[in-house]
Design a protein around this ligand. Structure first.
Ligand SMILES: Nc1ncnc2c1ncn2[C@@H]1O[C@H](COP(=O)(O)OP(=O)(O)OP(=O)(O)O)[C@@H](O)[C@H]1O
Ligand SMILES: [Mg+2]
Length: 267
C-alpha cells in the first residue's frame, strides 16, 4: 500500500455548486485540483476572486464535500466536519460576550482541558502577541489588529497539526499587516503546523510561504506552483531586500495578472 505522509492531499478534486437564480445550472468552482501539503509546510493559495480558494479550505474543514475526487487529511478522506484542523476565517468570529481571555480559552475548554492549564496556555499566547493587560477586555474594546491577533492565537493555542487561514489580515492597514505577518511566522516556528493560507497579497505570500499555488480564474485549477527558496527565519519588514524576491514577485504577478484580466473579460 502507498504510504501517505502528506498532511493534506487533493486528488483530482472537482466542486460544482448549484447557484441560486441561475436555474438549476451548476457552476463549476474547482476543476481537477491536485496538490499536497507536507507536515510543517506553509502553503499559500493565490488567484483571482471567485477562483475557489475559500472552497478549498472548506473542503479540508469538511464543511462541504467534493463533487468528484478526494480531499484527504493525514491520509484519510475527509468525511463530515473535520474538527481536528484549526480554521481562521476572514471575520475574526470572536464571541462578543466573552473577554479576550475567554475567547482564547474557548477551544481548550471545548477540548476539556483543565482550567488551570487553560489559563497558563492562553496566557502564554496572549503574552507572545503583546496582548498582556487586555485579558479582560471584550472584543468591542479591542482594535482591529488586536482582534485579529486574538482570533489567530485562539486557533493556534489548540495546537492542531493543520491550520487553515482565509485572508486573516484582509482589512488591516499595511503596517499592522506586516507586524502580524512577523508574529505569525514566530508562532508558526514554535510548533510548525501545516498552514494553508489564502491571500490576495503577493508580497505577503512570498514573506510567509514555502510554496505558493497560483489558481486560474473560474473554474479554479492550479496554474502553477512556486517554491519560495528565500532563507528562514524571514523578516517580513525587509522581505523586499532579500535576494530572489524581485524575480519571484514579477513571475507571480505576471501569472496572476493574466487570470485577473481574463476574469474581467468573462464577467
Ligand atoms: N455555497 C455556495 N453556493 C453556490 N456557489 C458557491 C458557494 N460557495 C462558493 N460558490 C461559488 O464558487 C466559486 C468559488 O468561490 P470561493 O468563495 O471559493 O472563491 P474565492 O477564491 O475564495 O474568492 P475570493 O477571493 O473573492 O474570496 C464562486 O463562483 C462562488 O460564487
Ligand atoms: Mg474567499
Amino acid at each position: 500500500m502507498q504510504q501517505t505522509m502528506e498532511s493534506v492531499r487533493f486528488d483530482h478534486v472537482y466542486k460544482a455548486f448549484v447557484a441560486r437564480g441561475r436555474g438549476s445550472e451548476p457552476v463549476l468552482a474547482l476543476q481537477d485540483v491536485t496538490f499536497t501539503a507536507a507536515p510543517g509546510e506553509f502553503v499559500s493559495l493565490v488567484g483571482p476572486s471567485g477562483c475557489g480558494k475559500s472552497t478549498c479550505l472548506n473542503l479540508i474543514a469538511g464543511l462541504d464535500g467534493p463533487s468528484e475526487g478526494t480531499v484527504a487529511h493525514q491520509g484519510s478522506a475527509v468525511r463530515g466536519v473535520n474538527t481536528s484542523v484549526g480554521y481562521i476565517t476572514q471575520d475574526d468570529n470572536l464571541l462578543p460576550w466573552r473577554s479576550l481571555r475567554g475567547n482564547v480559552e474557548l477551544s481548550l475548554e471545548l477540548q476539556g482541558v483543565a482550567r488551570r492549564e487553560r489559563r497558563t496556555r492562553a496566557q502564554e499566547f496572549i503574552d507572545l502577541v503583546g496582548l498582556a493587560g487586555f485579558e479582560d477586555h471584550y472584543p468591542h474594546e479591542l482594535s482591529g489588529g488586536m482582534r485579529k491577533r486574538a482570533g489567530i492565537i485562539r486557533t493556534l493555542v489548540y495546537d492542531s497539526s493543520v491550520v487553515l487561514m482565509d485572508e486573516p489580515f484582509g482589512p488591516l492597514d499595511a503596517q499592522t499587516r506586516v507586524i502580524l505577518q512577523a508574529e505569525l511566522l514566530r508562532l508558526w516556528e514554535r510548533s510548525r503546523p501545516t498552514v494553508l493560507f489564502v491571500t490576495h497579497d503577493l508580497v505577503e505570500a512570498i514573506a510567509l510561504s514555502d510554496r505558493i499555488l497560483v489558481f486560474t480564474g473560474t473554474p479554479g485549477t492550479i496554474k502553477r506552483e512556486y517554491r519560495v527558496e528565500l532563507p528562514r527565519p524571514r523578516d517580513p519588514f525587509r522581505i523586499h531586500e532579500t535576494p530572489g524576491f524581485g524575480e519571484l514577485h514579477d513571475a507571480l504577478w505576471a501569472d496572476i495578472r493574466v487570470e485577473i484580466e481574463q476574469a474581467r473579460t468573462v464577467s
